[in-house]
Design a protein around this ligand. Structure first.
Ligand SMILES: C[S@@+](CC[C@H](N)C(=O)[O-])C[C@H]1O[C@@H](n2cnc3c(N)ncnc32)[C@H](O)[C@@H]1O
Length: 198
């Protein structure tokens, strides 16, 4: 009955992102979320996929080629510089996803860190459409992970409740630092696309 973490992350994104929108994968890694977002926005939408690691860029590029995806820009830069890659300063972003931590089966010392993660969250919130979501999957079992988790939680818990809904989705009886979700919804006063399928 309960969605697993990755399934719920996709469920949330799919519930709010519309076809043709521009969306952000802030940590593309092996490209699985990039591929998912590419399918959700469709061929006239656009995915900006960021990573600082060459291996992640190569793997994501290959996955996009194998799937003949032409609506993805793979950007070898830190997500904190994301505004440089948006076509206009007035545009709205349909949604965004982060996977915090390190790239599986890769260099465990290349990890996301609190400062750039928080800066990127703030920048995306500025561009996010009303009723849009940022979904953050927090992996924190690695060295440095607890510090980032605490800093990100502290930051999002201080976001104004007049402007944002902030959700934590977490299994509380699992061992070994299981990942959890933080979802930030920018409040709006219009219609929200929601699939009431669960
Ligand atoms: C948990 S992995 C992402 C997994 C990915 N979503 C997937 O489907 O495979 C985290 C990724 O964040 C990247 N990363 C770390 N710091 C970053 C930053 N400042 N900007 C963009 N990517 C970053 C790492 O290189 C790593 O590939």
């Amino acid at each position: 009955m309960l969605h697993g973490i990755l399934h719920y992350a996709h469920y949330l994104l799919e519930s709010t992102i519309e076809k043709n929108e521009t969306v952000i994968d802030a940590t593309c890694g092996n490209g699985q979320d990039t591929l998912f977002l590419s399918n959700v926005v469709g061929k006239n939408g656009h995915v900006l996929a960021f990573d600082i690691q060459e291996q992640a860029i190569q793997t994501t590029r290959q996955l996009m080629q194998e799937n003949q995806k032409q609506n993805v820009s793979i950007i070898h830069d830190s997500h904190e510089h994301l505004e440089k890659y948006l076509p206009t300063k007035e545009m709205l972003v349909g949604g965004a996803v982060f996977n915090l931590g390190y790239l599986p089966r890769s260099d465990k010392t290349i990890i996301t860190n609190a400062n750039s993660t928080i800066m990127a969250i703030n920048k995306i919130l500025h561009f996010l459409k009303p009723n849009g979501l940022i979904v953050i999957v927090v992996y924190y079992g690695h060295e440095g992970g607890h510090e980032e988790k605490e800093a990100v939680l502290k930051h999002v818990m201080q976001l104004s409740q007049r402007s944002y809904h902030v959700l934590q989705y977490r299994f509380i009886n699992q061992r070994n630092n299981p990942p959890f979700i933080i979802a930030i919804e920018k409040k709006g006063n219009g219609f929200t696309k929601r699939k009431l399928s669960f």
